[in-house]
Design a binder for this molecule. Structure first.
Ligand code: ADP
Ligand code: ADP
Ligand code: MG
Length: 498
């Protein structure tokens, strides 16, 4: 068992800051790395030491694994936390880190490797009798064989890149006639985006929910699940709103999914924090999708309902400590929601809207948490993910968490760029969301940019504003007939009174 004394966080933005906060609470010194675009970022200011890696593009900065390992040697760092994205699911990097005598805060390189390939992951899960979406077990090498399998499964089907991630590398095929063309496109896309042309097919579940299970495993073989997160509100297969617990998961289903997730983790001798993703059909059958071998963007909702700090647990596990609690100790407290606030314009097809955060004021109050990596006046760099903040609320029950989130959205003041705040408010107030009766098609089904337009036109709004001013002036006159401020002769006195 090694005590970590100095931790380098190989990431940027909100997640770098979030990890360093926990490290500091644990008495661990922190080292930030940054690109030239992030020189003034809060994660750089927060860290005890900070090292510039290079120019803004990720492949010249945050993805330079060797350089990061060298920084560790120079600064006497003993562990690296990779956060999410960037090098977090790169088995070769994890191997380099351990090879250099450093601790990788994450699972073993072997677990990353198995779960990094969706096909290998499914094969491992199948050995543990975990339910899988019907599909091919191997990468497709023979088109006519694949076609006959697709006919057996029934259209629509999904062609997926085995190495895909971040919602990319998927193609829906509606009928046999499109099969060959879509297959060729999928292979060439997978090759160019992920450097691996292996694709497979899966039945396309038409009204699916995405529900995932958080797991934690120590290096002594103990694995527990920290319940589910509902992530069905998505756009382009990317999550937008997440919550815990799910409105449709019963205690029995929770237990079954939790145990299946622990099975998947066991299938790859997993340790660390990980997420087992399932797709759930309209009859609430669940099927294993993939495992993410890292801390997830939406991990805070699990922290809010379990009271566990997942980064702290990751660090303790990496030090070799046994988990200090068992499955029976874990309980769900209340309900939590997270929205991802992006610098995107929902009225303009969600195009990134990069620029300066002219005004940036966070909401506050009980049950509200903001994980972000920006300050007022900063520019959002164009080089990375356009997420500005994660807004998280906790309440006694689902409706409390929703009401609190809407209040928090209304109190979040961001000007200078367009954000997805209004879009999230629209989703949270929608009857389908409130009732819990929704699936991953929610945005497609219910959202049009028109819905974000105010109920009144610009002209009507101006007229209303003018009427309001008149009304309040009359009201003021009625209540204070002497009008002391207005009646004052000199501006000198007026200024003093004000
Ligand atoms: P999560 O799975 O944690 O909910 P995302 O799917 O949005 O979150 O992924 C987290 C981050 O990692 C995002 O910035 C996403 O773009 C990036 N990412 C995930 N997988 C990959 C991948 N295979 N290749 C490139 N980027 C990825
Ligand atoms: P990624 O690595 O990009 O996260 P996933 O396999 O986790 O890939 O899928 C991302 C999303 O795509 C899911 O959350 C779900 O919305 C959708 N999806 C994936 N597989 C299926 C399927 N078989 N049927 C319907 N939707 C799917
Ligand atoms: Mg996924």
């Amino acid at each position: 068992m090694t005590k970590i004394k100095k931790l380098l966080v190989a990431n940027r933005g909100e997640i770098a800051l979030r990890i360093m906060r926990t490290a500091r609470e644990m008495g661990i010194a922190t080292v930030a790395v940054y690109s030239e675009a992030d020189r003034l970022s809060p994660h750089v200011k927060f860290a005890d030491e900070a090292v510039c890696l290079g120019p803004p593009p990720s492949n010249q900065s945050y993805l330079l694994g060797d350089k990061i390992v060298n920084v560790c040697k120079e600064l006497g760092v003993d562990a690296i936390h990779p956060g999410y994205g960037f090098l977090s699911e790169n088995a070769e990097f994890a191997r380099k880190v351990t090879g250099a005598g450093l601790i990788f805060v994450g699972p073993s390189p072997e677990s990353i490797e198995v779960m990094g390939s969706k096909l290998a992951a499914k094969q491992a899960a199948a050995r543990f009798n975990i339910p899988l979406v019907p599909g091919t077990e191997e990468a497709i090498s023979d088109i006519s064989e694949a076609k006959s399998r697709a006919n057996e499964i029934g259209y629509p089907i999904l062609i997926k890149a085995s190495a895909g991630g971040g919602g990319k590398g998927m193609r829906i095929v509606e009928s046999e006639s499109e099969f060959e063309e879509q297959m060729q496109r999928a292979v060439s896309e997978a090759q160019s985006a992920f450097g691996d042309g292996a694709v497979f097919i899966e039945k396309y579940i038409t009204s699916p929910r995405h529900i995932e299970i958080q797991v934690l495993g120590d290096q002594h073989g103990k694995i527990v699940y920290l319940f589910e997160r509902e992530c069905s509100i998505q756009r382009r297969h990317q999550k937008v709103i997440e919550e815990a617990p799910s409105a449709v998961v019963s205690p029995e289903m929770r237990k079954a999914m939790g145990e299946a997730a622990v099975g998947v983790a066991k299938a790859c001798a997993y340790y660390g924090a990980g997420t087992v993703e399932f797709i759930v059909d309209d009859k609430l059958n669940f099927y294993f999708l993939e495992m993410n071998t890292r801390l997830q963007v939406e991990h805070p909702v699990t922290e809010m309902i379990t009271g566990k700090d997942l980064v702290r647990e990751q660090i303790l596990i990496a030090e070799g400590k046994p988990l200090s609690f068992s499955q029976e100790d874990l309980k769900i407290h209340g309900h939590s929601l997270e929205i991802r606030v992006y610098a995107e314009d929902p009225k303009n097809n969600f195009l990134p809207d990069i620029g300066k955060l002219v005004t940036y004021r966070r909401p506050q109050g009980p049950g509200i948490r903001v994980d972000d990596g920006f300050e007022e006046g900063m520019d959002i760099p164009i080089y990375y993910d356009p997420m500005i903040a994660k807004l998280i609320t906790h309440g006694e029950n689902r409706q409390d968490a929703i009401d609190r989130m809407i209040r928090a959205i209304n109190d979040f003041r961001i000007t200078g760029i367009q954000t997805t705040l209004d879009f999230c408010r629209f989703a949270l107030q929608h009857e389908a969301f409130v009732s819990g009766n929704f699936d991953t098609k929610f945005v497609e089904q219910y959202f049009t940019p028109k819905m974000l337009e105010p109920a009144f036109t610009q002209e009507e709004q101006e007229l209303l504003a003018a009427l309001a001013v008149e009304f309040f002036q009359k009201e003021e006159n009625r209540l204070s007939p002497i009008h002391p401020v207005k009646a004052l002769p000199s501006t000198k006195w007026k200024n003093r009174l004000i």
